[in-house]
Design a protein around this ligand. Structure first.
Ligand code: SF4
Ligand code: SF4
Length: 288
């Protein structure tokens, strides 16, 4: 089973939920935690895995042989990302904008474009006891998160409960991380900002046809509009985490909640059971 943990905005407690869910289920099942928040991966701070493997991630970027080039401009015309341009008798390639799609080299009539690999990030894998762990890290200054996320997801073990920590927002990296999930947990907080971003995140999961449920973090601030929205839209609130100074302190010190407040272990196992129930109900209604 693949469970992604996402949020419409940053700082809602997504990594808190992903890491504590993984640690709690590790006692009862085979678990894998994958951190796809490749621009700012921080699940490893809470898990402290032993990293045993490191692989670089590259994309193919164009290199132009100007001896063959006729400066026809076709490559610049077809590049959807403005990563290549022709100015008089010069072809300029902006590697940081290139998505490595290969269209320019494929379509160049003079075969003047070859490709060279450009490293954009790394994927590291390791273990914490029985739990396997994978995260991606995008190199500083790189904008292409999706190839790194794809590489992380290639490591999903089909016989494990794979928990994916997704980057915040609703952009391409989020879609790449959530798609193919069996269920998506959306973490939010009970504030107007939390609600605004939750609505966008729910729309994203619905477009991807991934069932979702909500975890409300920092209950005690804000108002009841997030709950009302969930009720109106038939979205299950799976867990509520109170605004609590001990929880906040543990998180700020990079310490797992379930290790230091062990009663939360049951709460997170309960969260998983609710997801199983939702999926079971969903499969029954599909069969009907
Ligand atoms: S398509 Fe090929 S020949 Fe035309 S400008 Fe680009 S590199 Fe040069
Ligand atoms: S590989 Fe694709 S994105 Fe990169 S310069 Fe060529 S057409 Fe543009």
């Amino acid at each position: 089973m693949i469970i992604s943990v996402a949020s419409g905005k940053g700082g809602t407690g997504k990594t808190l939920v992903a890491t504590n869910l993984a640690l709690s289920l590790n006692d009862v099942s085979k678990v894998q935690l994958l951190d796809c928040d490749v621009e700012e991966p921080n699940a490893h701070i809470f898990i402290e895995p032993v990293i045993t493997r490191r692989e670089t991630v590259s994309i193919p970027v164009p290199v132009v042989d100007e001896d063959k080039c006729t400066y026809c401009g076709l490559c610049a015309e077809i590049c959807a990302y403005n990563a290549i341009t022709v100015i008089k008798e010069h072809v300029l390639v902006f590697h940081e904008l290139c998505h490595g799609c290969g269209a320019c080299s494929y379509l160049c009539p003079e075969r003047a474009i070859s490709e060279q690999k450009k490293e954009i990030g790394v994927v590291e894998s390791g273990q914490l006891g029985e739990m396997s762990f994978v995260h991606g890290k995008l190199n500083v200054g790189q904008a292409m998160a999706v190839p790194v996320i794809k590489k992380v997801k290639e490591k999903i073990e089909p016989d494990a409960i794979a928990i994916i920590d997704v980057s915040p927002g609703t952009s391409c990296p989020v879609i790449e991380s959530i798609k193919d999930s069996d269920f998506c947990i959306l973490v939010t907080e009970p504030t107007p900002f939390g609600l605004n971003d939750l609505v966008l995140a729910v729309e994203t999961t619905r477009k991807l046809n991934v069932p979702c449920g909500v975890v409300i973090n920092r209950v005690g601030i804000g108002d009841g509009r997030v709950k009302a929205y969930c009720q109106e839209n038939n979205i299950k609130v799976l867990l509520e985490i109170p605004l609590d100074t001990t929880i906040a302190r543990l998180y700020s010190e990079g310490l797992p909640l379930v290790t230091y407040m062990s009663s939360w272990r049951e709460e997170f196992v309960g969260l998983y059971r609710l997801i199983q129930e939702r999926l079971h109900e969903g499969s029954r209604s599909t069969k009907r």
